[in-house]
Design a protein around this ligand. Structure first.
Ligand code: ADP
Ligand code: MG
Length: 330
């Protein structure tokens, strides 16, 4: 059997901070196969961006990392610099949270899309590069003449399409998209996400798509991993995690965004009081227990392990399978 495209194994990432070590990711496993879109969901602060940054070893020097991040079976965490450079862009590429602010204001967007091509495919001539830029613009739904525009001449949605064109320029096998559209208004978000996932599907690229919005992920992804306080609390087929969540946190996220693609239905997780814990000061026992409507004494002694259930699902909650006596997320 061939290696999965991306296999993150027992990943731990701890930041050194002035207030002591901050464990942002604590023993996470995620697998992405070729042609598969895997969603990672969770509120702000759950460790999603930290996880994404390790896929291309882009975490800051203050981060101490252990575990494995295997791209095509090769661990990017221990790769030599030359090999890592080849994996970045050409093997795997990343669309960052807030990326549309990272376009260079003084260069035309066509020049910026061409940049990774010039670096990674130096034998392509100017004419081929121009042709490729025009093709990429067309694929993300922009007029090829847009290559001559400067970033300030484009709307937020158009800029985000440019970022997607850049991420796809070198035909990566794997794309990591970290909340690629959160800066955009909801209607534009839906269009841009459709463009991105359509391209990914058509090319058979694998993708890790990060969002706090479970309904969007349910619509676009094959599988979903739900993170809370740096750990995976639920994993399974996308529509099942959304429609029949096992973990109460996945239930709260699902109830927060009940209707797929309905802008009116978007609001912060209601019925879920408080915020995720400070990773420097975890509550002990299940880290979701202080906010959980189903918490009981059984949740307090130890953090629950991610446990397999039927249909390729897994959840980290000791109360899964017990009759639900609360009114929480249906
Ligand atoms: P998310 O993307 O889910 O919002 P992050 O990975 O950005 O989560 O953050 C996870 C935790 O790590 C948070 O508590 C955040 O404050 C902390 N964190 C993120 N980046 C750094 C950093 N460079 N230095 C110290 N702490 C960080
Ligand atoms: Mg983030």
């Amino acid at each position: 059997m061939s290696d999965p495209l991306l296999a993150i194994r027992d990943l731990h990432v701890t930041y050194a901070t002035g207030d002591g070590p901050l464990p942002a990711v604590r023993g996470v496993d995620v697998t992405v196969d070729r042609g598969q879109i895997v969603g990672v969901a969770g509120e702000s602060g759950c460790g999603k961006s930290t996880l994404a940054s390790t896929v291309l070893r882009l975490q800051p020097p203050s981060a101490q990392v252990s575990g494995e991040v295997l791209v095509n079976g090769r661990d990017v965490l221990t790769m030599r610099w030359g090999e890592l450079r080849a994996v970045r862009w050409a093997g795997a590429s990343i669309v960052f949270q807030g990326a549309l602010h990272s376009l260079n204001p003084v260069h035309r967007v066509g020049t910026q899309i061409a940049e990774p091509l010039r670096i990674h495919q130096p034998t392509l001539g100017e004419a081929r590069i121009r042709g490729r830029v025009a093709e990429l613009l067309d694929q993300v739904g922009l007029d090829p003449d847009r290559a001559r525009s400067y970033p300030h001449q484009l709307s937020g949605g158009q800029k985000q399409r440019i970022m997607i064109a850049m991420a796809l320029a070198c035909d990566p096998e794997l794309v990591v998209a970290d909340e690629p559209t959160t800066a955009l208004d909801v209607m534009v978000q839906a269009q841009v996400l459709d463009v991105l996932t359509e391209l990914v599907r058509r090319r058979g690229v694998g993708m890790m798509m990060i969002s706090h919005d479970l309904s969007v992920l349910a619509h676009l992804c094959d599988r979903i991993t739900v993170m809370y306080a740096g750990r995976v609390v639920e994993e399974g087929a996308a529509e099942q995690v959304f429609a029949r969540p096992l973990h109460p946190y996945a239930g709260a996220l699902s109830a927060a965004f009940p209707r797929i693609g309905d802008p009116a239905a978007r609001f912060a997780p209601s019925g879920l009081p408080g915020d995720p814990p400070d990773p420097r000061n975890l509550p002990g026992g299940c880290s979701f227990a202080p906010r959980c409507p189903r918490a009981a004494d059984v949740c307090l002694p130890a953090e629950p392990e991610l446990t397999p259930y039927a249909e390729g699902r897994a959840a980290a909650c000791v109360r899964v399978g017990e009759p639900d006596t609360t009114e929480v997320a249906s």
